[in-house]
Write a protein that binds this ligand. Structure first.
Ligand code: AHG
Ligand code: MN
Ligand code: MN
Length: 340
């Protein structure tokens, strides 16, 4: 019988072979995984645990928070603040950064998360998830003393991430992770209480016949997006010469999980509803971690014109247009944008 490989063993072996997961980072990833187990428990209980429905508060983006948004945020903060591996955290559900309190030792990492992605699906029992991204707190400039952690420390391009992943709470609870050495998937074994490696070296096929976009926004799209989708819809008879299928779960985690599993293209483009905003999704804790995972699996991710991981964030809750998934499709959409 083949032996099960736990997340702990996977991380230890990654460290042994590649030497690029320092002990602090390993601890951080284990604590994030443990938090996801806790969130998964709460999600599973649903109405029985009194976790469904809206809270009475709004987050910094002006969205009404769900009870689970707040619970998941608290689980992640409480689990991560005392271990000594972090300097600070940032979340979709907090206006500004959360520095590790003085009573705990400060570590060298910064953790960003979307504690509960797909909030509109919570109450209807459809897959939701947690997305996370890990950066290193920048070293002080030469000759300068170490400074107290601040928001500026977080404003690094996605190419600087040292780990990224998500946990999808669906029919199975699956943790998907990259530390820059490909993408691995772990399924939660509820009897053992541990994440077990179920797929390594995940690859996104370069071609696809499946797209994910919220079609109800079609009239607000920009020309290049309209052109791409219109050509997909023409199917075999159109310029693409093949039929396309459509999926839209409205949880980025679940849509990206499908793409990592069987290919596809996901788009949440800029549109004319809010012309002054670059898009709906947030760069630092949604687009960056997902883009790195997709690239690590051989796919591509752009904002329509540039590689997402190269973008310099200007603020913590910055939004961005997102096109990611199968390489050839993302390149085509990007070509249509750059042709203008
Ligand atoms: P969140 O629940 O964290 O605010 O994110 C929801 C996002 C994303 O997961 C999803 O792709 C998108 O919003 C769905 O948006 P629409 O409801 O506009 O389709
Ligand atoms: Mn989200
Ligand atoms: Mn969220």
């Amino acid at each position: 019988m083949s032996q099960k490989i736990s997340l702990t063993r996977y991380l230890v072996e990654q460290q042994r072979v590649n030497g690029h997961i320092p002990a602090q980072l390993r601890l951080l990833l284990e604590v994030v995984a443990r938090s996801c187990k806790g969130i998964s428990q709460a999600v599973n209980k649903g109405a029985l645990g009194g976790v469904l429905g809206a809270a009475t508060t709004e987050n910094v983006q002006g969205e009404v928070q769900k009870k689970l948004d707040i619970i998941a945020n608290e689980v992640l903060i409480e689990a991560n603040e005392w271990g000594g591996h972090l300097a600070a955290m940032a979340s979709e559900e907090m206006d500004s950064i959360y520095a590790v309190p003085n009573r705990y030792p400060q570590g060298e990492y910064l953790l960003l998360f979307d504690p509960l992605d797909g909030s509109s699906n919570i109450d209807v029992n459809v897959s939701i998830g947690t997305i996370f991204s890990v950066l290193k707190k920048p070293d002080p400039a030469p000759g300068k003393a170490a400074h107290a952690v601040n928001e500026q420390d977080f404003l690094q391009p996605g190419s600087q991430q040292v780990a990224a992943g998500y946990c999808v709470y669906g029919p199975q609870t699956t943790l998907v992770l990259t530390v820059g050495n490909g993408v691995a998937m772990f399924t939660l074994d509820r009897e053992q209480g541990s994440f077990v490696l179920t797929q390594e070296n995940v690859q996104v096929p370069a071609d696809t016949q499946e797209f994910a976009i919220n079609m109800s926004n079609m009239r607000h799209w920009d020309e290049p997006v309209k052109r791409y989708i219109d050509e997909c819809l023409q199917g075999k008879e159109g310029p693409r010469g093949k039929d396309f299928n459509m999926r839209w779960i409205a949880s980025m985690v679940a849509d990206v999980h499908r793409i990592l599993t069987r290919g596809g293209i996901f788009m949440y483009p800029w549109d004319k509803r809010e012309p002054n905003k670059p898009g709906k999704l947030r760069l630092m804790y949604e687009a960056n971690p997902m883009s790195w995972l997709i690239e690590q699996a051989g796919g591509a991710a752009t904002n329509g014109r540039e590689r997402i991981l190269d973008l310099q964030p200007g603020k913590l809750h910055e939004r961005v247009s997102v096109v990611l998934g199968s390489k050839n499709e993302v390149e085509l959409v990007t070509k249509y944008h750059n042709a203008l």
